[in-house]
Design a protein. Sequence first.
Length: 120
Amino acid sequence: MSVDITITLSDEDLDKFQESVDKGKVAVEDSASAAQFEEAAGAMIEQARSVDLLPFIADRLLKLQILLNMIRDEEWQLSDDERNSIRSALYYFVDPEDVIPDHIPGIGFLDDALYAEIVI
């Protein structure tokens, strides 16, 4: 049996996500930092895949992998601004100060999955 859940995020909730995107914009301004951040995002996605996640979370993290693939694949012909926009959005995933720390078993990636749903 499936259950649909509706979550309403307040402006304050969305501001928390936006703060991370804003930090991400600063982090990706330097190309060396952008490359390091991109690698960190890939490593976090691999880490998430190595743990037993709820399908809801795993499905959304797979979508983050698709975004990461987009910025790495030249065939997408994304501009630097478009790549940096995606990198800024992905920053939340590797931000150690996100809402639920990733190391908490079972729910550590829940906020990341919710954010992925917003980004996608």
